[in-house]
Design a protein around this ligand. Structure first.
Ligand SMILES: [Fe+2]
Ligand SMILES: [Fe+2]
Length: 295
């Protein structure tokens, strides 16, 4: 039996003291009852809080792996770590390694003794979840996608993600890399568990009432891509489980043969999922005061 724990969206930092307290409680529970593998599905902490947060888990006597989230690659114009791509490719992997975390975006974690590999990606959005519907409801849809502008306010990625890519370009790279990792590991082990920050398929996205209004469609556009769904259609028979974060809304849903879980922690409370590989049920524990949106 191989015990796995998964969390996401810790958003560690002084701006959310109650959330930081919840993360401390979550870490204490892990030290009291260590799994064999800890997975973090992104939005660990912006700036130096990424380092501080991982430090809390550094002494856990287990294997550790993570994918970053969009908040983890936010930079300011004069950021000494470089642009978001430098943070993603150089800074975050270095900090992760310093705390004993495997950086899944760079390499899968293969566990031959367990017959399992962990494959992962921050994953990104390319508007494809809403591309056919947005032009119908807004004449200025191209400008809204480019500037990430809702009817009220903008997506903060427009302000703090700075790199040479456009969103479809980075999403394409992320999906291509993830597909390569899946092909590679499934030659070596019978099954893979997928970890992403942005949801891997639409059933794990934030639930909204249909028909979606313009802001709802823009959130669909900025949440995921059909490329990962195509990978799951191709390889899903051997990817029985997928975990993600980002929406701060707990969900479980199925895509083909893959059972997916959105961890669902938020700024003010945290959630820890646990399961025993290969066939244990996924259970959840909450830390801090849950908001009303918890499913
Ligand atoms: Fe988040
Ligand atoms: Fe996020």
């Amino acid at each position: 039996m191989f015990r796995v724990a998964v969390t996401a969206d810790l958003h560690y930092g002084p701006r959310h003291q109650d959330g930081a307290d919840a993360t401390l409680a979550l870490a204490a529970e892990l030290y009291a009852n260590p799994p064999d593998l800890l997975l973090l599905a992104g939005d660990v902490g912006a700036g130096e809080d990424f380092d501080r947060c991982l430090g809390m888990f550094a002494d856990l006597p287990c294997q550790k792996a993570l994918v970053p989230g969009n908040h983890d690659i936010w930079v300011r114009p004069d950021d000494p770590r470089g642009d978001s791509l430098a943070v993603y490719r150089d800074y975050l992997p270095r900090v992760a390694a310093a705390h004993g975390f495997h950086y899944l975006d760079a390499d899968p974690l293969v566990l031959p003794d367990v017959g399992l590999a962990l494959v992962g990606s921050m994953n990104w959005y390319d508007y494809s979840w809403a591309a056919d519907r947005i032009p119908v409801v807004a004449d200025d849809w191209q400008d809204r996608l480019r500037t990430k502008r809702f009817t009220r306010g903008r997506h903060n990625d427009a302000n703090f993600v700075r790199w040479e890519f456009d969103d479809p370009g980075f999403a394409r790279e992320a999906v291509t890399t993830l597909g390569g990792h899946l092909r590679q590991v499934l030659r070596w082990v019978p099954a893979a568990v997928l970890v992403t920050h942005h949801p891997p398929f639409r059933g794990l996205n934030y639930p909204k009432n249909e028909p979606l209004d313009l802001d709802g469609l823009l959130w669909e556009a900025f949440s995921g891509n059909v490329g990962v769904e195509q990978l799951l259609a191709e390889f899903g028979d051997r990817v029985p489980l997928a975990f993600c974060g980002h929406t701060h809304y707990a969900r479980a849903a199925t895509f083909g043969a893959t059972r997916g879980y959105n961890v669902g922690g938020d700024y003010h409370f945290k959630r820890l999922l646990r399961f025993d590989w290969p066939d244990g049920a996924v259970t959840a524990t909450e830390f801090g005061t849950a908001g009303e949106q918890v499913a």
